[in-house]
Design a protein. Structure first.
Length: 159
């Protein structure tokens, strides 16, 4: 296998990890919102943060590195419309993702504090938790949509 195929495979795998981890995190965090037990919410938040460190962060770094290499080695015009759109959408997803990471850490810590203070009762969560969760949810949609659009651009490469 040639180096181009190896880098392209790494690019596709990291895109899959980025998207798949994002979907998994979103599913578990969103589902935890309906849990009555704060220990369940804490479990979801704790592993969401861990998954972001282990999977999402490396994929976020690998994607532009392998993408830039593929553009240069593949003979693509770096200023092509589909690539400019990809750059913009990736930046949009990143702008959404950075505060989401902070929010996830904060949500995890709010839950941990509530568990320590009230033994994990649902009513012990402060209003800030709900407010931050709504922001987390709102930031997820443009990031998700941006990644879906990037997949489409990579496949179709429209002029």
């Amino acid at each position: 296998m040639d180096i181009y195929s190896i880098v392209k495979t790494l690019h596709i795998i990291s895109a899959t990890v980025l998207f798949g981890t994002g979907m998994g995190i979103a599913f578990f965090m969103f589902s935890s919102m309906f849990g009555k037990n704060l220990h369940e919410r804490y479990f979801a938040a704790r592993y969401t943060v861990l998954a972001d460190y282990i999977f999402t962060a490396p994929a976020v770094i690998i994607q532009p590195l392998t993408g830039a290499w593929l553009v240069m080695q593949g003979g693509y015009d770096p200023s092509a419309f589909w690539l400019k759109m990809t750059y913009g959408l990736y930046i949009l997803a990143g702008i959404c993702w950075l505060p989401v990471v902070w929010i996830q850490l904060h949500l995890r810590n709010i839950i941990a504090t509530a568990i320590a203070k009230a033994g994990g009762q649902e009513k012990s969560l402060p209003r800030e938790y709900g407010r931050l969760f709504k922001i987390w949810l709102c930031l997820g949609w443009p990031a998700f949509g941006g990644l879906v659009a990037i997949f489409w651009l990579m496949v179709t490469k429209p002029a």
